[in-house]
Design a protein around this ligand. Structure first.
Ligand code: ZN
Length: 236
């Protein structure tokens, strides 16, 4: 029966070192107090500093205990030629006196990309400049750039037309799983013909209401998220 009930990772620069913290919860489910021995397994030459659980972990019957692992990447290891290098650390837990592992998990840590100043955005002014330069020198980049501008220009007319709306309104609620959009009788994709009109192409039967309408809401939400991005780039 597994011991690990939760793993909460967090990470960030601490000075010029980069630190990963893993808060690991162990849960006792056998209704008997146990003494757990943690053991770290890593490859020779593992380059990071480790702070591991200190000795045996006392786990009360039906209880939960948090134990922390800290992996520090020293600033000297953070270089342009090492960025995103990934190192794994296995952590095994066994009962005192037992050779068997009661549970184990793998912690993955990578050398981070350079820290960036706030706001943390997908692209910055340098990227916009680079994209504009590429669109002059490379045809594929120009095609991408034009597609983004065209998508931005199509707002909101394309949204209103594609979803048979009278105005650029938000969907009334959250969406649903796309695989619901299938005729339960014929197992074919339904055809969207307007609000509450989800029609089987074989016999023309309409499937309105939950979950069919909500699948369309999902598509609308996805579209709106995409168009928000496409509208943001030309402003940049
Ligand atoms: Zn059908």
């Amino acid at each position: 029966m597994g011991l690990v009930s939760n793993l909460q990772p967090s990470s960030g620069y601490q000075g010029s070192d980069f630190v990963y913290r893993f808060a690991i919860k162990l849960q006792e489910r056998t209704r008997a107090a146990r003494t757990i021995i943690p053991r770290a397994i890593f490859q020779e030459g593992y380059p990071f500093r480790l702070r591991l659980p200190d000795g045996p972990i006392q786990l009360p019957a039906d209880g939960e205990v948090q134990t922390d692992v800290e992996v520090t990447i020293p600033s000297t290891g953070i270089r342009d030629d090492t960025r995103l290098d990934l190192y794994r650390l296995d952590l095994a837990f066994s009962d005192q006196g037992s050779e068997l592992e009661a549970d184990a998990l793998t912690l993955e840590t990578a050398i981070p990309l350079p820290g960036r100043s706030r706001p943390h955005v997908l692209i910055d002014a340098n990227d916009i400049q680079r994209m504009n330069q590429w669109s002059v020198s490379a045809a594929w980049a120009a095609a991408h750039r034009n597609a983004i501008l065209q998508a931005a220009d199509s707002w909101p007319a394309a949204y209103i037309k594609n979803y048979h709306l009278t105005e650029a309104a938000l969907p009334p609620e959250g969406g649903q799983w796309s695989m619901w959009y299938i005729c339960p009788q014929h197992s074919v994709s339904l055809r969207y013909e307007g609000p509450a009109r989800n029609v089987c192409p074989i016999d023309g039967k309409n499937y309105s209401g939950w979950p069919y309408d909500q699948v369309i809401y999902s598509r609308m939400h996805d579209y709106l998220a995409g168009i928000a991005r496409d509208l943001g780039w030309p402003i940049g």
